[in-house]
Structure formats: structure tokens, C-alpha cells
Ligand binder design. Sequence first.
Ligand code: CP3
Length: 342
Amino acid sequence: MKNDLLLKAARGENINRYPVWLMRQAGRILPEYRAVRNSLDGFKSLVKNPDLCCEVTIQPVDILDVDAAIIFSDILVVPEAMGLNYEMIEKKGPWFEKTIRSEFDFKKLDSNIDINDRLGYVFEAIKKTKKELNQRVPLIGFAGAPWTIFCYMVDGQGSKTFSESRKLLYQNPILAHDLLNEITNTTIQYLKGQIHNGVDIVQIFDSWAGILPKNQYEEFSMPYLEKICNAINEVPKTIFCKGAFSSIKNICLLNCETVGLDWTMNIPVVRTIVGEKKTLQGNLDPCLLYASSKNIEKETQKLLDSLSSKRHILNLGHGVYPDTNPENVKTFIKTIKNYEIN
Ligand code: CP3
């Protein structure tokens, strides 16, 4: 591979500069993405079109000069594969017609699904993208964490509180575990399919980690993350648990190479916990990219100067916000690429 810095950093190998990519780099900010997106009748038509997924996956590599591509898809393809169809409503986000609130709902989910049959369109996009990338940079595969997918399957849409999901943990913990187990098994098959078709590294997004108290996070999310980590040994794994700083010590014990940090988390504190055993990823505030280019450079430089280990992958602390100016993203990336370690 021509540029394998991301994989080297993930494995803890020697690097002379830090690799950089952005969560949600494909899709949210580039006018070139909008053009492709507007040529179709909706988000799902794009997700199910391997040629166009390949095109928008590579756009940030060409335009922003990031050190990795992340396959254009969505975490919600997994509940759909399990039998819960979703719609992506313009300016509102995901919406599920059916939700899982009872054993009766749970029993109606499709069991023993054939992952190639249900999610073959993602695998096709991965195969095309790998070919098209021609070994320029690694391709990142991903899935939602079981807890985060559970939130969408139970609440049925985005929410500030996900109180239907949180209610279920108190009212029917057995059903909650049954559903989390099903999601976990599908996710493992899905990630193995992505790896089989060419992704070089995988990331698990636990976007709603931060809404649970520590004890519930450790009962309803972490055991399933652990199961996924232990099942996937073919490529390096990154676990990103947004907002779960109270469980960070235990997250750092998971069988993964990289731990993703959001912008509220303290890198030196986590470095003290993990020593040289893990790579850390993150964690500039996505809102920094609304600042002047001088301040973006200054704050990025400050983060780079503060790093005490080479086991680091530069990123934001969450996905890049949709109204971010791509020029500001370029400033962020250039600052990192010009920074020599030592
Ligand atoms: O990183 C990338 O750019 C790759 C593609 C990717 C998308 N979604 C495409 C997308 C990835 C990695 C995701 C992950 C995802 N999806 C997460 C976890 C990461 C996070 O941000 O916390 C979550 C929670 C979702 C669920 C989801 N998908 C929501 C809530 C929404 C609507 C609001 C939003 O984020 O834009 C989506 C839609 C979505 N997924 C879009 C894209 C490019 C926008 C759709 C459009 O073009 O209209």
C-alpha cells in the first residue's frame, strides 16, 4: 500500500507523521457529494448503488487529502437487514415504521438471515472501492455498536433522550439482552463480510454511549463490544464510545488496537491508563472548524505538541458537522501533514 500510515499507527508501528481522517468525511460537507446525492431520489438509493458509493467514498481522498477512506454507507443498514426497514427523511433523519418494544415485536424480526443476500450491496461497494483506490490509502469499514443500533430499533428515530430504549432496560432487561445479542451476531457477520471483501480496518461507532449511567453502560453495551472485539481478529479494530468517559478504563481493556476519544475526553489521562498498549484516535472539537484558519492551525498544533506517544491517529472528536467549510478541513489536515514527529 502506498500510504499505510493509518494501519501502522493502529498497530503501534513506527511513523514519522500522524495519520489523519475525519469521521463522517464522506457525504456531509463536500459539494461534490451533494451533486451525486441530488442526482438520485434519496439517501437510500445512494447507499444501495455500489458505483456511486465508491465515487463518494473516494471524493475526500482526492479533495481533502486524508490518509484513509471510509466506505460510504450507514449504521442503519444492519437493522434493515434484520427486518426493520428505515426511511431517511430529508432534514429530519432516520425513521422506522416498526419498532421493537415487546417480545412480540422481537419475534417478528427475521432470523437466520443470509448476510450476503441482505447486505451484498455494501460488500459490492467495498470491492469496487478497493479496486478503484488501487492501494493509495486504507479503506475503513464500520458498524454501529449494538447499544447504538438498539436505540434506533427501539425508539425508531433520532432522539435527544432515547427514553423508549432506556425504559426497556428497566422494564424488560431480558428482552433488551436478547435484542442486543441478535444485533451483535448480525454485526459480527456483517463486519466479517466487509473484511472478506477488502476493508483494511474497522471502526465501531457507539454514538449513544454517553446517555447511559456507568453501570448500565457496562451491562448493556460493553459485553457486546467485547464479543465483537473477540470475534474479529483479521484486521485492527477501533472502538469509539462517544460520551462514555466514566467507563474509559474498562473500554481501554477491550481487545482492540485503537480507542476513539470525543472532544470532551482528556488524551493525557487516557494515555496514562493505556501506556503504549493502545493507539488513541481524536479528538479536536468539530466546532473548531468554524474558527479562523489561524486558530485552526494554532489549536491543531497545540494538540500535536501535547501528544506524548506516536500511537495516535488525528481526527475530530465526532463526525464533521454538515455546514463546515471544506477549506477549513483542508487547513486542519495540512497542519497535521506538515507536522514531523520529533
Ligand atoms: O464517515 C462517513 O462519512 C461514512 C458514511 C457514514 C454515514 N453515516 C453516511 C450518512 C457513516 C460512518 C455513518 C454513521 C452513522 N449513521 C452514525 C454513527 C456516527 C455518528 O455520527 O455518530 C449514526 C448515528 C448514523 C445514523 C444516521 N444516518 C443519522 C442520525 C442520519 C441523519 C443525520 C446525519 O447525520 O446526517 C444519517 C444520515 C446520513 N448517513 C447521511 C450520510 C452522508 C446524510 C444523508 C444525506 O445525504 O441526506
